[in-house]
Design a protein around this ligand. Structure first.
Ligand code: BTN
Length: 319
């Protein structure tokens, strides 16, 4: 009922009388008033006048399906599951993927209590400070496409930010989102597969949006940035999520058609790694060399200082 009232107020740029609302939904005017107050508590700015009724003047930056608009026909984000708080959106996404949720389902949370980064790191995710979400994909592809999925996710994030904010970020292999030499976001891709077939992929995306310089902990303070630090302004997380999901939808259809070279070309265009000297840190060893290009399966091709050309599948690189 509360959300139906909200929809009605959204449709009208002017006042809607309490009488009209109570007639429309067949409830008392007191009940309407109670729902309006609940919406106000959630951050909806609704003004009222005894004679004219209620008018919605501003909406909050809440990442639920009432605010995040998904264009008709778009697969990614057609279903959005929203939490105020969760341990990790990736954990929940894996749970519902195992239970059979639909391709393109998005799990988003205002904050996470145990968010995970790559290589077992923690990921800070406080309320209103960023976008913390996971996308469940069920691509009809073989497991060897997983690295391409990861590269595609990074391209979708960069293109979404560029579309909505007009800021062009870089990508550090495989999928760190870089702004002014600092980390703006990261992607954690988790796979469930049979030898010949992907069951599902969970793509977990974290983007720093509204932190200021003092928000980051001591460990990442000098390495991290946010869109607010860059622009000096508070950024709408809702608009950004919409842009990224739409960008993701476009690149997902390219991926399903196995047009992988197009994804690699886009990724290479945003890369801050290719053409640079890199240090590759593997479990038991390190290599230094020139990052040359991306192989057709998404691996990073590096001409190492010992003269050997290596194709790197995983691990950390320092540029
Ligand atoms: C990285 O280390 O760069 C990857 C960070 C990924 C963080 C995101 S936030 C949403 C999703 N849930 C998680 O627990 N991790 C990812």
């Amino acid at each position: 009922m509360k959300n139906l009232i909200l929809e009605k107020l959204k449709q009208k740029k002017d006042y809607t009388s309490g009488e009209e609302l109570s007639g429309l939904f067949n409830v008392s005017r007191t009940a309407i008033w109670k729902h309006i107050n609940e919406l106000r508590k959630e951050g909806y700015h609704i003004i009222s006048s005894t004679r004219k009724g209620y008018q919605l003047v501003d909406t909050p930056d809440i990442l639920d399906s009432r605010e995040v608009r998904i264009p008709a026909g778009q697969l990614i984000g057609k279903e959005i599951i929203h939490f105020e708080e969760i341990d990790s959106t990736n954990n929940y996404a894996k749970k519902i993927a195992n239970e059979g949720c639909r391709d393109g389902t998005v799990v988003v949370s205002e904050r996470q209590t145990m968010a995970r980064g790559r290589v077992g790191r923690q990921w800070e995710s406080f309320t209103n400070e960023g976008l913390w979400f996971s996308i469940v994909l069920r691509p009809d592809l073989e497991p060897e496409y997983i690295k391409i999925v990861t590269l595609a996710a990074a391209v979708a994030v960069v293109e979404g930010i560029s579309e909505v904010q007009g800021i062009v970020c870089g990508i550090k292999w495989p999928n760190d989102i870089i702004l002014n030499g600092r980390k703006l976001g990261g992607i954690l891709t988790e796979l469930s597969a049979e030898p010949e077939h992907i069951n599902y992929v969970v793509v977990g995306i974290g983007i720093n949006i509204n932190q200021d310089k003092n928000s980051f902990n001591a460990e990442i303070k000098n390495k991290a940035t946010s869109l607010r630090i860059h622009t000096g302004e508070t950024v709408s997380r809702v608009r950004l999520l919409e842009g990224i999901l739409t960008g993701f939808d476009r690149i997902y259809s390219i991926m399903l058609q196995r047009r992988t070279q197009e994804i690699i070309d886009s990724w290479s265009g945003y890369s801050v790694t290719l053409g640079k000297e890199v240090k590759i840190v593997l479990k038991n060893t390190e290599y230094i060399g020139l990052a040359q290009s991306i192989a057709s399966d998404g691996r990073l091709i590096v001409k190492c200082n010992d003269g050997v050309i290596r194709e790197i599948a995983a691990g950390e690189i320092q540029v």
